[in-house]
Design a protein around this ligand. Structure first.
Ligand code: HEM
Length: 239
């Protein structure tokens, strides 16, 4: 009979879980209680470090999805894009933990951050890069197929092309929602009219909320409104 108490993997760690998950290394990546200037450094590091892990997964899925769009394998691309979006949903939700960080306590933590900033997050940079690559891969698909995006929406058929653009919009929207959440969290902690550890005025980040990976997928919505049953419905014409 199999002895399940026996550890059978090689590598560091007292059991197979530790050896495969590398828990010893992972759990040594946060500053120890005797090193911290404030006990909430653990909260601060755990939120940031776990964000990096989710973004590592999200950018990997996004990169593969982009390759699949280029290979015209849209269904598996859509699946991976949805995973990437869920990764950004999860990192958006975990910003809630920052509600427990008091603005005054953060002033102490801030003293040991140097010029370190989430703006240099490798995960965030990777999702930005792969998001833009996906935009280019999709533009090539639209060009090759001669797709009229407005017609794609009007046809209402749940084709792979239609599901792909909706998955892309969900991604684009979720990155923006992360920025909204980060902006509110950040100003709740350090206020307005101040600069970050990297010298960026916090209010500049509000402008990035409007950044779009796939502007054509947002423009087409305006086109649908203009050509819909109610006709042109622009602000200028309503006054
Ligand atoms: C006390 C909490 C936080 C404050 C006060 C804060 C503040 C800031 C500021 C001021 C910037 C602009 C760059 C700079 O000068 O630093 C920034 C950017 C950024 N931060 Fe945070 N942050 C906080 C927490 C977080 C957390 C938990 C994450 C998640 C890992 C994060 C990720 C980012 C990212 C990705 C950017 C670039 C934003 C963009 O491209 O729109 N920050 N943050």
């Amino acid at each position: 009979m199999r002895d399940y108490s026996e550890q059978i993997l090689s590598g560091e760690g007292k059991d197979d879980y530790a050896r495969y998950m590398r828990t010893d290394e992972l759990l040594s990546l946060q500053r120890r209680p005797d090193e911290v200037v404030h006990r909430d450094e653990l909260l601060f590091q755990v939120v940031h470090q776990s964000t990096e892990l989710w973004l590592k997964l999200a950018s990997s899925e996004l990169e593969t999805a982009t390759g699949l769009v280029t290979a015209r394998e849209l269904d598996p691309a859509i699946e991976l894009l949805r995973r990437a979006t869920l990764g950004v949903v999860l990192v958006t939700e975990q910003l809630d933990m920052m509600r427990f960080l008091s603005p005054w306590d953060f002033q102490t933590i801030r003293t040991i951050l140097g010029h370190g900033s989430g703006a240099d997050s490798p995960g965030w940079r990777a999702v930005q890069r792969h998001g833009r690559q996906l935009g280019r891969a999709h533009a090539a698909l639209v060009e090759e197929r001669g797709t009229d995006l407005a017609e794609l929406y009007r046809s209402g058929v749940a084709s792979a092309d239609h599901r792909l653009v909706e998955a892309m919009v969900a991604w684009d929207e979720q990155v923006s929602l992360w920025r909204v959440r980060h902006f509110k969290m950040m100003t709740r902690i350090i206020g307005h009219d101040v600069i970050g550890t990297q010298g960026t005025p916090v209010d500049v980040l509000a402008k990035l909320i409007e950044y779009k990976f796939f502007p054509e997928l947002w423009r087409v919505r305006t086109e649908l409104t203009d050509t819909g049953p109610m006709g042109k419905y622009h602000l200028a014409e309503s006054v």
